[in-house]
Design a protein around this ligand. Structure first.
Ligand code: KG4
Ligand code: ZN
Length: 314
């Protein structure tokens, strides 16, 4: 539950990681069904934790897209049903914009102009957040998203799903220079991770059985290549047009090496904002923060909307 500021009074996240781990990745039908089962209990807990009741709620925020259509439909339909039953406006927002506005939950004073890297399981977007609020995507991935690269790399290394946290854990204390994986090259500010993923696959095949130390060193080296590729693009975009603030967001921004390297490489250029780890992975508070921005922009009576699995930042 979010109040103006923005500030959150509760942020209940019901992770489905354990459910999908047995399959090595997200199974869309199971995801939608689990969403349906958990949504109402999660809403009740959010109100309870915030110490409030439905009567105090002014509007309902929901993710309109992008994402899996089954999950989006569950959320949008439930939000609209509650909105109709309670006479409340329903504000549909972009999940990607939510990852950007999560920074304001860290510090409400954060405002454009800013440069932001949003890295998740489905997106690697480099954006400029312009004064006035417009969001311009200046770089995107040509193939896999950064989170996807972590997840697929983990699978190649025989690590469990979700791969990002597994690589992050295994890489701690290992040698990131053990193997120099190719740094992805794509034109402009775009990203490409398929080359580094293939390089890891060939390396693992060539070695055959891996010792635990080798597996950890490969995880650290692979992570290093992804982190380096991401930060090199942010530095280039900053050099092309400096801004006072740089924001990292999305599930991959939980990565400890990325957070540490970003501090070292970007911290001296501008004010670097990386929200607390729980505000980086998909969460309810960031959707509430995005809805507050939309509410201010469009007024208290938002237009009707439908779920949109390929929605951009707005
Ligand atoms: O934003 P998010 O929670 O969901 C999507 O919008 O996709 O991001 C999930 C992605 C997954 O690919 C997951 O492996 C990755 O974020 N991730 C991490 C870490 N924690 C989550 N990647 C690297 N290091 C982590 N610690
Ligand atoms: Zn996300």
């Amino acid at each position: 539950m979010v109040v103006s500021g923005p500030r959150y009074l509760s942020n209940i996240v019901r992770s489905q990681d354990a459910l999908h781990a047995a399959y090595g990745g997200v199974v869309p039908e199971l995801a939608a069904r689990a969403h349906l089962q958990t949504m109402v209990p999660v809403l009740e807990r959010a109100l309870e934790t915030a110490g409030t009741r439905w009567e105090a709620i002014d509007a309902i925020a929901v993710t309109r897209g992008p994402g899996l259509i089954g999950c989006l439909l569950v959320g949008v339909n439930l939000a609209q049903a509650i909105g109709w039953a309670r006479g409340l406006p329903v504000i549909g927002v972009s999940h990607l914009a939510g990852h950007l506005y999560a920074a304001q939950l860290e510090d409400p004073a954060i405002a454009p102009p800013a440069l932001s890297l949003i890295v998740s399981g489905g997106h690697s977007d480099l954006i400029r957040w312009h004064p006035g609020g417009a969001i311009e995507v200046i770089g995107r991935t040509r193939d896999d998203a950064a989170g996807e690269a972590f997840d697929k790399g983990a699978r190649i290394l025989g690590l469990p799903f979700p791969g990002g946290p597994a690589i992050d854990r295994l890489a701690a204390g290992a040698d990131p220079k053990a193997v120099r994986f190719p740094r992805p090259r794509a034109p402009g500010f775009d990203f490409s991770f398929s080359g580094v993923k293939t390089a890891l696959l060939y390396d693992v095949r060539k070695r055959g059985d891996l010792s635990e130390q080798q597996r950890a060193d490969l995880a650290a080296s692979y992570q290093e290549a992804i982190v380096d590729a991401l930060l090199t693009r942010v530095e280039a975009a900053y050099a092309a047009e400096p801004v006072p603030t740089i924001i990292l967001g999305g599930g991959v921004a939980r990565n400890r090496r990325l957070r540490e390297a970003a501090q070292a490489r970007l911290g001296g250029l501008a004010r670097l904002v990386i929200p607390a780890p729980d505000l980086c992975t998909d969460n309810a508070a960031m959707i509430g923060a995005a809805a507050l921005v939309e509410w201010e922009r469009r007024g208290p009576d938002p237009a009707p909307f439908e779920a949109d699995p390929s929605l951009g930042f707005s």
